[in-house]
Design a protein around this ligand. Structure first.
Ligand SMILES: *Cc1c(COP(=O)(O)O)cnc(C)c1O
Length: 354
């Protein structure tokens, strides 16, 4: 039935108890480490009905089987476990820094024999890197350069080359982009960000429409114990009920701010791909001035992370493991759902103060 529903409806209506007299409208928070013998899940590391509610909702939004993980990075690690030992991985030159650090660690210890770094927006370069590859890692738009990959062209070429394709869909969310429909095999989410949406939980998820990969990812979660807490999945699902509203509002504000920032004398470059609610700007007066901008806002919070209802900003290169392709003076803006005029006034005064 839910195939007829729009994404906004699915995010509200999926993962609820059946409409029966006396049933609660929300899934109960199931706190149990073990279950009476004789039926699934049997034990709390294998399954939990509060996880199920979140997984049904996110799976219904992305169009596949969803598995919740302890964090976005636990989901990334599970997806990378699909690389055969000594395999070849094609990955972006710029992407979420900790994903790249994990890939580099896997390459350093020989788990990955060859790590081929490419510009994901350059489809020809990605395709040229495919022969012999086992897995293509994509993130689109990328964090924080906001490079957009041609997911369907890359997925088709990767499949011809015998590689599986993973896409980190954290920045776009299923409201903006549904990678499985474009041929991607596995989606990874940092649920911490837009899906949960309130900066109060760390959680991850994978979604796949390939049965065999789903079984392997489920086995990985159980064997490695990379499981979420029931409270976290309950909170994330409550946040997801407003996903469409939040993404629509934040995206509209991001587009307006990107337009105004393009004319701001203190800003030398604006990156905004026209989707989602992250805007990256470069500060004309350099990295030190960029740090001062981050400290000069009153409404925007100087903090890492993104995707919450409140607007955040940070200079990404303050992190030692940020890829060097990211300019030193780049400030990433995570636009929240506050009034856009209040956001603009605060940003404008901070930019003018340096
Ligand atoms: C934050 C983030 C992650 C990691 O997720 P955690 O929930 O922090 O472990 C992965 N990918 C992207 C694009 C992210 O922004």
């Amino acid at each position: 039935m839910h195939e007829d529903w729009t994404l906004a409806t699915r995010s509200v209506a999926l993962g609820r108890p059946a409409h029966e007299p006396g049933a609660p409208v929300n899934p109960p928070l199931e706190l149990s480490s073990t279950y009476v013998a004789g039926a699934d899940p049997g034990y709390g590391r294998v399954g939990n009905r509060t996880w199920d509610a979140l997984e049904q909702t996110l799976g219904g939004l992305e169009g596949g089987r969803c598995l919740a993980f302890a964090s976005g990075m636990a989901a990334v690690a599970a997806a990378l476990s699909l690389v055969p030992r000594g395999g070849v991985v094609v990955a972006p030159d710029g992407a979420y820094n900790t994903t790249l650090s994990l890939l580099e660690a896997l390459a350093a210890d020989g788990s990955v024999r060859e790590l081929r770094r490419v510009d994901p927006a350059d489809t020809d370069a990605v395709v040229a890197a495919l022969p012999g590859a086992d897995l293509v890692w994509l993130e689109s738009p990328t964090n924080p350069l906001l490079e957009v990959a041609d997911l369907s062209a890359i997925a088709a070429a990767a499949h011809d080359a015998g590689a599986i394709v993973v896409c980190d869909n954290t920045f776009a969310t299923p409201i903006v982009q549904r990678p499985l429909e474009l041929g991607v095999d596995v989606i990874v989410h940092s649920v911490t960000k837009y899906l949960a949406g309130h900066s109060d939980v760390v959680l991850g998820a994978v979604v796949t429409d390939r049965r065999e990969l789903g079984e392997r990812l489920h086995a990985h979660r159980t064997l490695h114990g990379a499981i979420p807490g029931p409270h976290e999945t309950w909170l994330a699902l409550r946040g997801m009920r407003t996903l469409a509203l939040r993404v629509e509002r934040a995206t509209a504000s991001a587009a307006e701010l990107a337009r105004r920032l393009g004319e701001h004398p203190s800003v030398s470059r604006v990156r905004y791909p026209g989707l989602g609610a992250i805007v990256s700007i470069e500060i004309a007066a350099g990295a030190e001035a960029a740090d001062r901008v981050c400290r000069a806002t009153r409404l925007w919070t100087h903090a890492t992370s993104l995707g919450g209802v409140e607007s955040l900003l940070e200079r990404r290169r303050r992190h030692a493991n940020e890829p060097v392709v990211v300019p030193e003076d780049l400030v990433r803006l995570s636009v929240g759902i506050e009034d856009v005029e209040d956001l603009w006034r605060d940003l404008d005064q901070a930019l003018r103060s340096v």
